[in-house]
Design a protein. Structure first.
Length: 252
C-alpha cells in the first residue's frame, strides 16, 4: 500500500469516527439535561458558580500576562494549526490560541510563562480546557456546536473592543457581548457563532469545566470525557502543541 493511499484511508477513518462520535455525543444531550444539577439554558447565570467571582478578581493580573504573550503573535498558533477538527471555523491567522489545559492535561511550558494565570486556573475544580482565545478584527467564527453537554464554557473578558455592540456571540437564539473583567457562562453544545465587526482584537480567557451532575450523570460524563481524552480529537492537538512549543524554543 502506498503512503498516499494509507494517508487517504487514515483521513477517511478519522472523518467517519468523528461523525459517528459526534452523533453519539449529541444524542446523549437529552440524558445529560435530565441529570444536570444546573440549568441547561443557552446562557447560565453567573450566580450558579461562585468561583467565577474569584476568577474575575484576578483578571487584571491575567491581562498583564496576556499583554506580554501577544507581543509576539507569530509565536501563537492558530486554532486549526493545533486541531485539524477546527479547520472549518478557524482560517488563516484570525483565531489564535495560547493554551494552558487540553482536556485536563496541563501545558507546563505555557503555564510557566503566565504564572498568575496558572495560579487562578489551578483553583478551578474539574477544569478541562483553558486558553487565551484571540480573535482578529473583522473575523466571524461560523455557527457550530460543541461535542458534548458534559462540559460548561466560561469566557473571562480580557480585551474587548470599545464598540462592544459590534463584537458579539450568539448561543442558540440568544445574543450577548463581553465585558472586560467579567465572566460569561454558556452551554456550547447549542449552536453558537461569534462576530467581531470592529477594528480591534477581542481576547477572552476560554474555559471548559465539568457540568455538575447527579451521581449517575457524573459517572456517564466521566466515561464520555475519558473517551474524548483517548481519541485523536484530543491526542493530536496535544501532539501538535508540543511540536509547536519545541519549534518556538528553537526559534528564540
Amino acid at each position: 500500500m502506498s503512503a498516499s493511499l494509507a494517508s487517504r484511508i487514515s483521513a477517511s477513518q478519522h472523518r467517519f469516527t468523528k461523525r459517528v462520535g459526534k452523533q453519539f455525543l449529541r444524542k446523549m444531550g437529552e440524558f445529560q439535561s435530565r441529570h444536570s444539577l444546573v440549568t441547561t439554558e443557552p446562557f447560565i447565570p453567573q450566580s450558579t458558580f461562585k468561583w467565577t467571582h474569584d476568577l474575575e478578581s484576578s483578571w487584571q493580573s491575567i491581562r498583564k500576562e496576556l499583554d506580554e504573550v501577544i507581543q509576539n503573535p507569530e509565536e501563537i498558533p492558530a486554532f486549526h494549526q493545533l486541531s485539524q477538527d477546527q479547520t472549518r471555523i478557524s482560517k488563516g491567522n484570525n483565531w489564535k490560541v495560547f493554551t494552558f489545559y487540553v482536556f485536563g492535561k496541563r501545558v507546563d511550558e505555557n503555564c510557566a510563562l503566565c504564572p498568575e494565570t496558572a495560579k487562578a486556573l489551578g483553583k478551578i475544580k474539574n477544569l478541562q480546557n483553558a486558553f487565551f482565545s484571540i480573535l482578529a478584527p473583522h473575523y466571524h467564527i461560523p455557527a457550530h456546536k460543541g461535542p458534548t453537554r458534559a462540559i460548561i464554557r466560561v469566557h473571562l473578558g480580557l480585551i474587548i473592543p470599545e464598540q462592544r455592540e459590534k463584537c458579539w456571540i450568539r448561543v442558540h437564539d440568544q445574543y450577548a457581548t463581553w465585558e472586560e473583567g467579567k465572566c460569561m457562562i454558556f452551554d456550547d453544545s447549542y449552536e453558537h457563532e461569534v462576530h467581531n465587526e470592529t477594528d480591534q482584537l477581542r481576547v477572552v480567557l476560554f474555559l471548559d469545566f465539568d457540568r455538575p451532575m447527579d451521581r449517575f450523570g457524573t459517572i456517564i460524563n466521566g466515561i464520555i470525557v475519558y473517551l474524548l481524552r483517548s481519541s485523536n480529537y484530543v491526542k493530536q492537538p496535544l501532539k501538535n502543541l508540543s511540536m509547536w512549543n519545541k519549534q518556538a524554543k528553537k526559534n528564540q
